[in-house]
Design a protein around this ligand. Structure first.
Ligand code: URA
Length: 229
């Protein structure tokens, strides 16, 4: 990574600000003064600014309570993205684990940990994702049985889900795949329609209900350890 990017990503200031310091000779890499902002910092090199060690953070884990109307993307465009909600100097290294539809709310993990993301998303690990689905029509016992048996969809048959009726038209559903619009399509198959969808759990992680929609917090060490298991 370029030296100026390294320093600004580590929160030392804007690119312009850190470039001035680099050119002034206040930055050392492995105890050698480097005056070129484009200098390529080797992995694990000791970088100092004004004699103080600057360390890039790695292993960053956030839980976001995704609001409606923001898209799960790292590409900034006209529509607000989940990344626009995050304030962190190394935001450019972060990405959401998986995807929620624009109108889905709830738990989304944002991290820089590609390995964990892969482990959580690979179908072979059958990671559970729990949603509260609010439906247009009332749900009955036969719908629950069908969800628990596995719903045939166009491109695949959903594995048996765990389904609990919470109210006439509210179901708590846990699925182990994460196909495009999967929950909505499962209820469509039953002749119903999802009016509201909120993810409340992902593997061992439960949505922190004290987070307002759009709010986020760091995962605790315990939550990170559990998620990695
Ligand atoms: N299933 C859906 O249909 N939408 C989501 O956002 C997540 C799961």
């Amino acid at each position: 990574m370029r030296l100026d990017k390294y320093l600004s990503n580590a929160g030392s200031g804007s690119r312009k600000y850190v470039k001035q310091h680099i050119r002034k000779g206040s930055v050392e890499v492995e105890d050698i003064v480097i005056k070129d902002p484009k200098f390529d910092v080797p992995a694990d090199a000791a970088v100092k600014l004004g004699g103080e060690r600057i360390i890039l953070e790695s292993g960053i884990y956030f839980m976001l309570n995704k609001p409606r109307s923001v898209i799960t993307s790292t590409e900034s465009g006209r529509t607000k993205t989940v990344m626009d909600l995050i304030d962190h100097p190394q935001k450019g290294d972060l990405f959401p684990v998986g995807r929620l539809d624009k109108d889905t709310t709830g738990l989304l993990v944002i991290t820089d940990d590609g390995k964990l993301s892969h482990e959580l998303l690979t179908p072979k690990n059958k990671i559970g994702k729990t949603y509260i689905a609010t439906l247009r029509d009332e749900i009955d016992a036969s719908d629950i049985s069908k969800l628990e048996a596995g719903i045939p969809l166009k491109d695949f048959t959903a594995s048996p889900a765990s389904a609990k009726k919470l109210a006439d038209n509210v179901v708590e559903l846990t699925i182990t795949e994460g196909k495009f619009h999967q929950v909505k399509r499962m209820f469509q198959y039953l002749g119903n329609e999802v009016d509201g969808l909120k993810r409340i759990a992902f593997h061992t992680l439960n949505l922190d209900e004290t987070l307002d929609e759009g709010g986020y917090r760091r995962l605790t060490d315990k939550e990170i350890d559990m998620l990695k298991k």
